[in-house]
Every structure is written in structure tokens, then in C-alpha cells.
Design a protein. Structure first.
Length: 225
């Protein structure tokens, strides 16, 4: 007895036709142009219900820069002893127990007389020109990973301690907005105002460049032209 199995040929695979639409980049470009037209049509003056006036507290929160002459220093103060305790808690893990640096973290002391050599060491004692700038940097950027977390008093205390371990301030030094501008940093004279001589050129708004001159010509190998 013979057996057989009837097979049915599989249908041909369906063909899909790609539907072309606008490319994402083109859509984004059209959207950006539309937004520009919208913003350009808005009145330029205030009072249109867009945004609000910043409060004094909001301005004060971001207006924290301190100049080298001490302008911008906040009220408060901190001692060397207070700064030492803070340094051990917040700074020593990276910069070492005495500011010598650990691993790839920079040293905060030493380097005196090295700036003019082929291996300069830029530290607080050898490089920084102004003590208020040290306060400004500590408050904005330190501790690493917790920038902006120090209060004014804590920043003053750390500044006093760092100046002390660099031999710049004595043990009884109190850092404040009155005392820091008077601290004489060892490298203050190493920073000078770069001269800005008046430009001898005259202003040009049209046809400013002379025509280019062809100084040499190249020809293809085997060509007589």
C-alpha cells in the first residue's frame, strides 16, 4: 500500500513598497525655522507675560564671584584651627594630610621657585597671585563632587588653613573680607597686565583682501599644457 502526501507550494513572499516620507533631519529643520518665525514675531519689550523679574535672592544666589582685590567677598570669617578640622573632613582624602597631594590629585603646597624651570609646580604658595581668588575658587569648585556646598564661614576657614600651611599666614590668622585683600601672595608680581597696543590697521568693510596671486602651477604627468 502506497502512501502519499499532497504538498501545496508556499505563496510567494509579499512585497512591500517603501513609502517615502520626509527625513527626520528635514522635519527638524522645518520645525526650527517655524520656531524662529514665532520668536521673531514676539515683541521685544517686556510686559508681555513671558517670564518675570528675578528676585534679589535669586540674583544673590548666582552673583558670587570675587575679584582679586576682594570685591565681592561676603560677610563672615574663619580661623586656621577651624579650617584644619574642615580640611581633614572634606579635603585630605584627595590632597593629602598636609596638602602634598595623593595619586593624580594636585598638591596644594610647595613649588616655590619652580615656575621658571622646565617642571613648574603651580600651587597656592607658588602660583596664586591673590588670596581672595583662593576663596572664590574654593567656594565655587570645592570639595570635588560637592561644589557649592561650603558656607562662607567654612570657605574662610579653609582659606586661612591653606594660607597657613603654605607659610603665608600665621597660626592666629582670621580670614575675612577685611583681611584677605591685604595678604601678600608670593607670586603676586608674577602676574602682569598684558599690553594691548592700538591696532595699526584701518577698518575695512568692502574688498578688503588683495587679489590672490598664483605663485606656481602644477600640470598632470604627461601633459604638455
Amino acid at each position: 500500500m502506497s502512501s502519499w502526501i499532497e504538498t501545496t507550494p508556499a505563496p510567494p513572499p509579499a512585497r512591500f513598497s517603501a513609502v517615502r516620507g520626509p527625513r527626520p533631519r528635514a522635519v527638524l529643520g522645518v520645525l526650527m525655522i517655524s520656531l524662529l518665525h514665532v520668536f521673531a514675531s514676539l515683541p521685544a519689550h517686556a510686559g508681555q507675560g513671558i517670564g518675570r523679574q528675578a528676585s534679589a535672592g535669586e540674583i544673590a544666589a548666582v552673583d558670587t564671584d570675587v575679584r582679586g582685590d576682594g570685591a565681592g567677598l561676603p560677610p563672615g570669617s574663619g580661623s586656621v584651627a577651624q579650617g584644619e578640622a574642615l580640611y581633614e573632613e572634606k579635603c585630605a582624602a584627595c590632597h593629602g594630610d598636609f596638602g602634598e597631594g595623593t595619586g593624580r590629585m594636585p598638591a596644594l603646597i610647595g613649588g616655590e621657585g619652580s615656575l621658571a624651570t622646565d617642571r613648574p609646580r603651580r600651587t597656592i604658595g607658588s602660583f596664586w597671585p591673590f588670596a581672595p581668588s583662593l576663596f572664590d575658587y574654593l567656594r565655587r569648585a570645592m570639595p570635588f563632587g560637592q561644589a557649592g556646598s561650603l558656607s562662607a564661614a567654612e570657605t574662610y576657614a579653609l582659606t586661612a588653613f591653606l594660607l597657613n600651611i603654605n607659610g603665608i599666614a600665621k597660626e592666629d590668622f582670621i580670614a575675612s573680607r577685611e583681611s584677605l585683600p591685604g595678604v601678600k601672595m608670593p607670586n603676586r608680581a608674577g602676574f602682569v597686565i598684558a599690553p594691548r597696543p592700538a591696532s595699526p590697521n584701518t577698518r575695512c568693510m568692502k574688498n578688503c583682501r588683495a587679489p590672490a596671486r598664483v605663485m606656481a602651477r602644477a600640470k598632470a604627468k604627461g601633459s604638455e599644457k
